[in-house]
Design a protein around this ligand. Sequence first.
Ligand SMILES: Cc1cc2nc3c(=O)[nH]c(=O)nc-3n(C[C@H](O)[C@H](O)[C@H](O)COP(=O)(O)O)c2cc1C
Length: 307
Amino acid sequence: MRIILAPMEGLADVHLRRLITAQGGFDWSVSEFVRVVDRPYPDRVLYGMCPELMNGGRTDSGTPVRVQLLGSDAEAMAANALRAVELGSYGIDINFGCPSKTVNRRNGGAIMLQEPESLYRVVSAVRAALPTSVVVSAKMRLGFDDTSLMLENAAAIEAAGATELTVHARTRRQGYAPPAHWHELARIREHIRIPLIANGDICSVEDYHRCVAATGTVDVMLGRGAVRMPSLARQIRDNCPQDSPWVSIEPLLNDFWRQLSAVLSPRDRIGRIRQWVNYLRQRHPEAEVLWQLIRQESDIQRLDAVL
Ligand SMILES: Cc1cc2nc3c(=O)[nH]c(=O)nc-3n(C[C@H](O)[C@H](O)[C@H](O)COP(=O)(O)O)c2cc1C
């Protein structure tokens, strides 16, 4: 069993990755995507997207972090991949799932699922640029509009030399709307030999077992479920369906709020705390009470007192 913390741009940043991975149970985490256009970035861009590179490529609790790259320029992707690995990234993940119109318009993310050769081109270039000991993984959706190229896309990624494939069990068209179509992952697993990591709507220990039964893979990537319940990976590992009590989450919120004060403007800091509490209230009734207190509060002193 391997459990990975999902990349979540604008949500699972370095601060949340630190807090969530500190709860234990994760084998590694993936950074928010670095959008590669047509050239190598200066190191500060890679450090900015993945500050853990300044910490040996690990979160404070020691969980490795893998830099995720997004783009269709194979040469530029390869150059940035090599630099990220030289700076300490725990392998490279390539994003073929991003549904954003802006990103897709520039031929990056999920749009590439319409053209398996483009996946092959990018993965092979990245693979060729890196020592064979370095892991190259890819993350895709079931397809762009439909699943017609699903198996071909997975096969192209494998043939290009990827070591692992994560699949978010939805097409781009399906966005993030439930349900996740785990049964499709079973077809992909049967079609490839590299390990398949299942992703999408695994939010509880029970979901994990249902996902394993549907897909046949024990490796999973947890996204929003871990934001709502930071101990989710540990619960799955210990097979403990009992949720962590709210008293164990309150100090994390407090820690998050304090951390953000050093790096964000008051406005952004308020936005981030509201964002997380909004996720937490989907799981913890106590967070709903907190949400009502902070949702319209913009006075930092009053928020300090509440948090
Ligand atoms: C706010 C947000 C940001 C995301 N950013 C990324 C990203 O940068 N790279 C990526 O591959 N997937 C990204 N995703 C997709 C997640 O990694 C994951 O595939 C998806 O949320 C489904 O898993 P879940 O149901 O466990 O959340 C993002 C999802 C959300 C909700």
